[in-house]
Design a protein around this ligand. Structure first.
Ligand SMILES: [Zn+2]
Length: 486
């Protein structure tokens, strides 16, 4: 064991975390970690089931006195997001994650840490391999492909599980119990392009909007940050009111679940409008800066004249329809939930816009804790696609986890927290996705809760796990299991 890690408590939890960290486990490449879990179960003489999707279920009987209690499902995912700093040579297909301690935090060396969700696996293996704790019958469910559209949980076979209480540990907000999450649907509009020849005397400009903060389209959507794709739509609309413009290329955003930070467009204008263009860009720079003074103060519009590489551009009609589409597309918060501190209920994020020879593709992600609202927003996007003779494609749809006010498990977790820490925990519904939505739908009525140790900058190479919170959360989990006796 790494010397630094040897000092950390709970020792066995960090020992298992270190073991898991040695195994490559990018989404889609879970075979080795899945093997490791099966071998772990066999070594400890525990019942183990592996399904076609490599999901692993390990069962452990109740400890003495808990034989009559109902089974509890402890759930986590085995894959991790693989991201690294530009200067890192790490190869995620073969190299172990290098762990290092920095104050109260455990980090990796220039890569994502994978504590999302490896630390939950480490907790569960600690409990499965130990005789120190009291608990009901346990069904530990560790899924694959969570970070890639929740592929594994979609294929969990209900007949392999009997528990109706489920603890998910794929969240990382301090002192907070998660009691629900949004569902989401990825979708795109494929908008066909008509080209026309560039007339004489047109100048080509590359215009870029950048300097935005971006963030996660689920958990950061309430921060009021701008989406560069949307801003570009507004800018193009503004320019088109002052001069003739034709777009020849557009690209914006890099990930569907990230608020777009940069969008670039190539436009053609008459040479005589050059000064008007720069005056207008200046004007819009001021407008955006004023609007975004708190949320995105570094927003900027830049433009440079470029040599046109082709002699064609989108037709006037295509250009106008494309601009209309972008400015009409829903973006950001769509509704707020009145209970539980006015949290975001529905949202849409225009994550990526790309263009090619034949079409412009506008990809977005719609989230809501209400299924009906999610489908309403999707139908708005679908209608817009129809209006411009585009095609609407629904790609990846997963259900919400609806907040259950009468939850035995939530009450028990609140009560346990109060006894252990002398105050009430926070209760929240998250606007990002959790496997609870899919599992709840698959397994029938489930009483579920999610919590986990504090982590920061998850899904980035700066990901770090609080060591003290890891210990505290483990004690909390153990105490909850001890108290589930019915
Ligand atoms: Zn996760």
């Amino acid at each position: 064991m790494n010397k630094e890690l040897k000092e950390l408590h709970p020792r066995r939890v960090f020992k298992y975390f270190e073991e898991i960290s040695k195994i490559p486990r990018a989404s889609g490449n879970e075979i080795l970690v899945s093997n490791y879990l099966v071998e772990f179960a066999q070594k400890h003489s525990l019942e183990v089931i592996r399904d076609e999707s490599m999901n692993v279920i390990i069962k452990k009987p109740a400890t003495k006195g808990y034989e009559k209690s109902r089974a509890v499902i402890l759930q986590a995912h085995m894959d991790m997001v693989c991201d690294k700093f530009k200067n890192s040579n790490h190869d995620f297909s073969s190299d172990p994650i290098e762990l290092k301690v920095d104050g109260d935090f455990l980090m990796a060396d220039g890569t994502t840490l994978g504590a999302d969700n490896g630390i939950a696996i480490a907790y569960y293996l600690t409990i499965l391999s130990s005789t120190d704790y009291f608990h009901p019958p346990l069904e530990v469910l560790i899924t694959t492909g969570e970070e890639d559209g929740m592929k594994g949980s979609r294929r969990v076979e209900p007949c392999n599980l009997t528990g109706k209480l489920l603890i998910n540990m794929d969240t990382w907000i301090d002192n907070t119990l998660i009691v629900g999450c949004a569902g989401a649907a990825r979708n795109k509009i494929i908008f066909p392009i008509n080209w026309e020849q560039c007339g004489r005397g047109l100048l080509s400009f590359q215009i870029k909007i950048s300097g935005l903060m971006g963030g996660h389209s689920g958990t950061d959507i309430q921060r009021g940050r701008a989406n560069s794709n949307k801003l570009m739509g507004r800018l193009l609309k503004g320019l088109s009111e002052k001069m003739n413009i034709n777009i020849s290329k557009i690209s914006g955003g890099s990930k569907l679940n990230a608020i777009a930070r940069e969008t670039e467009v190539t436009v053609l204008i008459e040479a005589s409008k050059r000064d008007v263009l720069f005056k207008e860009l200046d004007n819009w720079n001021h407008i955006f800066r004023k609007e975004l003074i708190y949320a995105d103060k570094d927003v900027k519009i830049t433009a440079e004249e470029i040599e046109s590489k082709t002699n064609k551009m989108l037709s006037k009609d295509t250009t106008n329809k494309l601009i209309s589409l972008i400015i009409l597309m829903p973006q950001g918060i769509q509704s707020i939930r009145e209970n539980l501190n006015n949290q975001v209920e529905s949202s849409c994020n225009i994550g990526i816009i790309t263009s090619n020879e034949k079409e412009v593709i506008i990809s977005s992600s719609v989230r809501s804790t209400q299924k009906s609202l999610k489908y309403f927003i999707l139908s708005q996007i679908n209608e817009m696609a129809d209006l411009v003779n585009g095609k609407f494609i629904l790609e990846n749809d997963y259900p919400e986890w609806e907040y259950n006010k009468q939850s035995y498990l939530t009450d028990l977790c609140i009560e346990t927290y109060k006894i252990m820490y002398g105050r009430k925990p926070k209760i929240a519904i998250v606007h990002s996705g959790l496997e609870c939505g899919i599992l709840g739908e698959k397994l029938g009525y489930m009483d579920m809760i999610s919590f986990g140790p504090k982590m920061l900058d998850v899904h980035t190479p700066a990901e770090r796990l609080s060591i003290s919170s890891t210990g505290k959360t483990f004690q909390y989990l153990i105490e909850i299991l001890r108290r589930i006796k019915y």
